[in-house]
Write a protein that binds this ligand. Structure first.
Ligand code: ZN
Ligand code: MN
Length: 138
């Protein structure tokens, strides 16, 4: 029995060693990696894995609700292995993305709501990260 695959069994997708490697890389990963980042990391263990496999696996995991896709980086999609609702700080210089686990209750007036029932929000705070601030001012 492949114990490394046990925790992913409920996903309802076929667990190839490649997919498990991608899941292992994503688990607890706070960097919001792009598909390219995942590819570079997993290639260390599976040198023959193609970028298409990585990309398709990320799309499959997204459909299963295992990862969320972030749109805050205009250059490339970034993936978040934490699909629970939270917000993000995005450095407009280096594109570092950091989680914000705060619940904001933002009222939207009836006349601004276009008839929507609002079920959630996702806030992207734009700014400059500490490393970029340091580079800029020292
Ligand atoms: Zn930065
Ligand atoms: Mn996040």
């Amino acid at each position: 029995m492949d114990h490394r695959g046990d925790k992913y069994r409920d996903l309802g997708i076929k667990l190839t060693p490649q997919r498990i490697a991608i899941l292992d890389y994503l688990e607890g990963n706070r960097s919001h990696p792009s598909a390219e980042d995942v590819y570079r990391a997993v290639m260390q263990t599976f040198p023959t894995m193609s970028f298409a496999t990585v990309y398709n696996t990320l799309q499959t995991l997204k459909r299963c609700g295992m990862v969320a896709e972030l749109t805050g980086d205009p250059e490339k999609k970034r993936f978040d292995p934490n699909p629970r609702p939270h917000h993000h700080l995005i450095c407009t210089n280096c594109r570092k993305i950091v989680d914000v686990h705060v619940t904001y209750r933002l009222p939207v007036a009836d006349h601004d709501r276009a008839g929507f029932d609002i079920t959630g929000n996702h806030i992207e705070f734009l700014g400059t990260c500490p490393a970029c601030k340091k580079r800029k001012y020292t």
